[in-house]
Design a protein around this ligand. Structure first.
Ligand code: TYD
Length: 213
């Protein structure tokens, strides 16, 4: 269907995803590639509007099904308005979080719920069909370190998920690592408790091994 490449970057809070997306984009651009950086929730006008509904406010603002629908609605708009058109032009699209975040946060964060996870996968199929990232980089960090980094960095807004308890964040980490071990060809796990330079070097190594740069 499309000519481009879709790479998603995932992980818990404070893993340094946004920094690494920017660094990777610079390297790819220096190689003469067309690169689009985007993020979820958000990445299109409509999805950015939904983003503020999701990330601002009290922890228990939405029940998990409502929350999942909002993430999926934002994702559908993002795919249609931003990701697919960019891929049609042959771009490399680097996306800070995507569907694996929904599976991890909404599917496993509150405690594993098999039926709900199956529902999430069906919802994804409804909005995206058989479209999946070519590669998902998981930046792995201990939740204690990551949460501290994240709370130090952000202002008082958009911290709804940072305020979930530590068990929630430990569940996420386990979930991301499980996704990667179930489908190693589509994922790569990178230790993120190191210097920015060293994490970047690991990412570039993987991109080369997967023939993506
Ligand atoms: P953001 O400020 O982008 O966080 P980070 O810098 O950690 O990526 O906020 C995104 C938040 O939304 C983050 O806490 C994870 C959460 N999230 C979900 O719960 N489900 C999802 O499907 C997505 C995309 C994000």
């Amino acid at each position: 269907m499309t000519r481009g490449v879709f790479v998603t970057i995932e992980g818990g809070e404070g893993a340094g995803k946004s920094t690494q997306v920017r660094r990777l984009a610079k390297v790819l651009e220096a190689q003469g590639k067309q690169v689009i950086i985007t993020r979820e929730p958000g990445g299109s006008i409509g999805a950015e509007e939904i983003r503020s509904l999701l990330l601002k406010g009290v922890v228990d603002k939405w029940d998990k099904l409502t929350e999942a629908f909002l993430f999926m609605a934002a994702r559908r708009d993002h795919l249609v308005k931003t990701i697919w058109p960019a891929m049609d032009t042959g771009a490399i699209v680097l996306c800070d979080r995507f569907m694996d975040s929904t599976l991890a946060y909404q599917g496993y964060g509150y405690g594993e719920d098999e039926v709900f996870i199956q529902n999430l996968k069906e919802m994804y199929h409804m909005i995206a069909g058989d479209f999946h990232p070519n590669l998902t980089l998981i930046l792995d960090i201990s939740p204690k370190i990551g949460l501290q980094r994240s709370l130090d960095r952000k202002g008082n807004t958009e911290q709804r998920f940072e305020h979930m308890d530590l068990t929630f964040h430990q569940n996420l980490r386990k979930a991301f690592l499980a996704f990667a071990s179930e489908a190693p060809e589509r994922y790569a796990v990178i230790a993120a408790d190191k210097s920015e330079e060293s994490v970047e070097a690991d990412i570039l190594k993987i991109m080369k091994e997967r023939h993506l740069c």
